[in-house]
Ligand binder design. Sequence first.
Ligand code: ZN
Length: 141
Amino acid sequence: MSRGPGKDRRRKKRDLAGEAFAEGMRLMKTNPALAAVEFDVCRQEECPLAPRDGLVAVDSDGTLHAHPDRLAEPAAWAWALAHAVLHLGFGHVPAVKGDRVQPDRFDLAARCVVVNRFLLGFTVGETPEHLPASYPDGDEE
Ligand SMILES: [Zn+2]
């Protein structure tokens, strides 16, 4: 592998990441239930809320903070975006005025279970391989 002019290479990579993200978003929105959920998208390079390990994080203002330059398959984006959008759709991240109490990690895990169980019945993108094939019944509580 040769070292090309760094800036051009990076720019090209960035565009590929952006295209994959956009295609993932398009795939996710082909599902009418998901397309009906309102949200904003942030892909700013300096965004402090964007995940460093994952693809997307959702906040209580209804904004999806996507990793700005991670190169992922559109199907992986579609699944991750669907997951985040469902947290919004299920009211897991209500807007709070004043002091905000962050849910503990058990609550967070329970909410993700509910979302992932729901996604099993959906065809949207590609489920990450490390996730289980089924989940416990019941609601978040
Ligand atoms: Zn989750």
